[in-house]
Design a binder for this molecule. Structure first.
Ligand SMILES: [Zn+2]
Ligand SMILES: [Zn+2]
Length: 815
């Protein structure tokens, strides 16, 4: 009898040995067969949770498979260590964010190691280390010098509770802060931006990458490119210098249907064109609009609101006067800050107009239009009507003709607009990378010279939120000498958005101790870009878009080659609590991985997570399912050590066993290549059962048995690395199983034997069909019924019964 499978003992033993041997360290100076496998780095939020395991354990299995297929796989890990949660947690607990963060790093490192993943620990990077954020600052200066970083006064999403600016992406659709769910308000601040808009067109090119369609669609929508016409409406208001309001439209064919001009409440014309009698109402409206977030203002679910300014502009094409309104769905920073209201051909304008009892002239006729008023807005293409010289033109031709005419008259021009705005990277908080700029009364904005980087984040700043950057009240930090003139100057006190860290952390992994640049150029040239990236789909428009932008910036700085940072992307699904709900402390459905590892071992927990369903779907974690996986690994443990009686010479038995082996290799190879872990594990379970059955059936050929158990262990190795290593060693295999090649299947051996099935109808032979030996009765009958030669005799007839002689005969008896 063999000893019992004790995961705790063997897992600990192998962790130590692997680490001592540097088994998973790759020499990056050698770029042969390189493969960069990256999983998103964890935030240093405390304990590693099931979501981390679900992202990382299957990623580890995939990286291990690649390695067994002959690639030299680099699989690094690090910690995303700056940012608000650390600061908020530190404030709550009365400790320093640095302590809270680095304590968490220590704990999480241990938890990550318990997973048994092949992380390349010597290449770890922590984004809160000065050695790391120094290069954030270096990049910032480079971008400033290139005109890609700039400062301007801008309205920002402000969370009154977190006391910080939030990116648009950090405001939830209901207009609240994603971290604390407080209603977000707008505030004007001097802030730093990156010119991501300069790269908008390039970011719409997804041709160099294999990414989930869903993520690319989200990025496309977020960038929001639209082609159209910028056109002037005449303005003639006493005392107002401007003689036109410019508006952008994607539907120049509807210009004759404009019944209102809607400008953003912040539009600079508003205070000057508003008539005295409308002033009070307009100001009240502006007040409430400023309390809305952009997300709320753009929400299509809200009813449109607005107020009349009392002023009019002129539709230069129709010559009609058009009332000027303000409404919060017009955004100053999107398009031109003005929108034309065309009620007949825009559903929201239609409803608004109907509510107000206003005119709704049809200018695009739907097919077969009877000339009557519309029941709802007609937004499809049609034929231009009530449009003067353009009447009769189909929409597409009309757009072109109107645009040509407007350009010829000098009233406007064809334009492309984008929804995406420049990336606001200023944060008025403490725990982040200080922006390396100095404000000099003489020289203006002066970057900190490269040899003075990093600008260190002082440990002794008062970081409690006040609405101002904490660094502004730290005199020793704030007051400095201007690098240009040497005079008294003030340091910039904002810190950087932490998405700056995730822009390029994967490049730092390549040479984490390098101090002559952000990364070693030669290693970057051979190992980047990342071949496979895995992580959560929630990063579709923030991290994953910013990192693409930043890669292009690095390319333009001559630091990297190629256009994209991540060739392939895989998004795992979300793991839910046992009740099928999102895990949360308040629901009490949180499953702590440490406890599972304690009870079952890391191998069982890893395999269980991979077995619950397709990886990209996720699903509830049902702990009763753990025992099934545990049973399987116990069976692997036993069957690979308890040898059968050798010496079996039965050719058919040998053939069956080898078929099982090679069939399983084929199946598991294909499944693991596509990350179908659940079906791969199911196939391995089936193979394990097959080995038990073969052993019980009598004496077995030794070579066939060894081939089978050896293959089983090799295929189990990426999924359950500890038990596979232990059993491999016990079987006398060369150290380490994780340095062996993936088993190869033989198509001939994997092939099912075939037999000839005779099909009779009422005792007369009507067909002979080749079927796999051992075909199940139901499948055999079904195959027989589907034969065209049989169908002819059976169709329309009553079938009394079907007789089956296994592997030989199907007789269909008609009644
Ligand atoms: Zn908040
Ligand atoms: Zn100066």
């Amino acid at each position: 009898m063999v000893d019992r499978y004790k995961p705790g003992e063997i897992e600990d033993k192998w962790h130590k040995k692997w680490e001592a041997d540097g088994l998973y360290s790759v020499d990056l100076d050698d770029d042969r067969d390189h493969f960069y496998f990256l999983t998103m780095l964890p935030y240093t939020s405390g304990d590693l949770h099931v979501g981390h395991w679900y992202a990382m354990a299957p990623s580890d299995a995939a990286a291990r498979c690649k390695r067994m297929h002959g690639k030299r796989v680099f699989f690094p890990i690090g910690f995303d260590a700056f940012g608000l949660p650390a600061e908020n947690a530190a404030i709550k607990r009365g400790i320093h964010p640095r302590k809270w963060t680095y304590d968490n790093v220590d704990r999480m490192r241990g938890q990550l190691k318990s997973m048994g993943a092949m992380f390349d620990w010597p290449h770890e990077a922590i984004t809160a280390d000065p050695e790391f954020y120094r290069w954030n600052q270096w990049f910032f200066v480079k971008m400033f010098e290139k005109g890609l970083a700039y400062r301007k006064q801008a309205p920002a999403n402000w969370c009154p509770s977190c006391q910080t600016v939030l990116a648009n992406e950090q405001v939830l659709p209901d207009g609240t802060c994603e971290r604390c769910h407080t209603a977000v308000v707008q505030r004007d601040l001097e802030q730093w931006f990156f010119r991501i808009r300069n790269y908008a067109d390039e970011l719409l090119d997804f041709s160099h990458m294999e990414w989930p369609e869903r993520v690319m669609t989200m990025q496309r929508n977020w960038i929001g490119r639209s082609e159209g016409l910028a056109i002037d409406f005449g303005l003639d208001v006493a005392g107002v210098e401007e003689k036109a309001i410019r508006v952008f439209t994607t539907r120049p064919d509807t210009i004759f249907g404009v019944t209102s001009m809607v400008v953003a409440p912040e539009h600079p014309l508003v205070p000057r064109i508003t008539t005295p009698d409308r002033k009070a109402e307009v100001e009240a409206y502006i007040d409430q609009a400023r309390r809305q977030t952009e997300i709320e203002r753009l929400s299509t679910e809200r009813e449109k609101t607005g107020v009349f300014t009392g002023a009019y502009c002129k539709n230069l094409l129709s010559g009609e006067d058009v009332p000027i309104w303000i409404a919060d769905y017009a955004l100053l920073w999107y398009g031109t800050g003005a929108v034309m209201g065309v009620p007949a051909h825009d559903q929201r304008d239609f409803e608004f107009t109907r509510q107000m009892g206003l005119d709704c002239p049809v200018v695009i006729a739907p097919p077969d239009w009877d000339g009557k008023p519309l029941e709802e807005a007609y937004v499809e293409p049609g034929t231009m009507v009530n449009s003067g010289q353009f009447d009769g033109l189909p929409s597409e031709d009309g757009k072109k003709a109107v645009s040509d005419y407007v350009e010829k008259q000098g009233w406007g021009k064809r334009t492309i607009t984008y929804r995406i705005r420049d990336w606001l990277i200023s944060r008025q908080r403490y725990w982040g990378t200080p922006i390396p700029m100095v404000h000099c009364p003489q020289d203006g904005e002066v970057p900190v010279p490269e040899d003075q980087l990093p600008v260190l984040l002082p440990d002794d700043a008062q970081f409690k939120p006040t609405g101002e950057s904490p660094l502004a009240s730290h005199a020793a930090f704030l007051n400095t000498a201007c690098p240009k003139c040497g005079g008294l100057a003030r340091r910039e006190t904002d810190t950087m958005d932490t998405f700056m860290d995730s822009n390029w952390y994967f490049m730092r992994y390549l040479s984490p101790n390098y101090d002559k640049g952000p990364f070693r150029p030669d290693v970057a040239a051979s190992w980047a870009p990342v071949d496979q990236y895995t992580g959560g789909a929630e990063h579709a428009v923030m991290h994953l878009l910013y990192a693409r932008f930043f890669w292009k910036v690095m390319r333009d700085l001559g630091l990297v080659k190629g256009d994209e940072p991540f060739k392939r992307l895989f998004n795992q699904g979300q793991i839910l609590g046992p009740d099928g709900q999102r895990m949360s402390k308040s629901r009490g459905n949180v499953v702590a991985p440490d406890e599972q590892v304690q009870q079952y071992g890391a191998d069982v927990f890893r395999c269980y997570l991979m077995f619950i369903g397709p990886w990209d779907e996720g699903g509830p974690i049902r702990l009763d399912g753990m025992s099934g996986v545990e049973r399987w690994l116990n069976r692997v443990w036993n069957v690979s050590q308890e040898a059968p009686v050798f010496g079996g010479e039965d050719e058919a038995a040998i053939r069956d066993l080898r078929r099982l082996t090679h069939k399983t290799i084929r199946k598991v190879t294909e499944d693991t290549e596509d990350y179908r872990w659940n079906t791969a594990i199911a196939a391995l379970m089936e193979m394990t059962n097959g080995l038990y059955a073969a052993r019980e059936a009598g004496a077995i050929d030794r070579a066939a048995w060894d081939e089978a158990t050896r293959s089983l262990l090799l295929m189990t190795a990426p999924l359950a690395p500890h038990i596979a290593e232990e059993l491999w060693e016990r079987a006398g295999g060369p150290y380490s199983i994780h340095q062996q090649s993936w088993p190869v299947w033989d198509a001939e051996l994997a092939r099912e034997d075939e037999v000839t099935l005779v099909v009779q109808v009422d005792g007369k032979v009507r067909d002979r069909i080749q079927v796999p030996a051992g075909i199940a009765e139901a499948a055999a009958k079904e195959t027989a019924m589907e034969s065209p030669h049989v169908k002819r005799y059976v169709e329309g007839q009553q079938i009394r019964r079907v007789i089956y002689v296994p592997g030989k005969l199907v007789n269909i008896v008609l009644g």
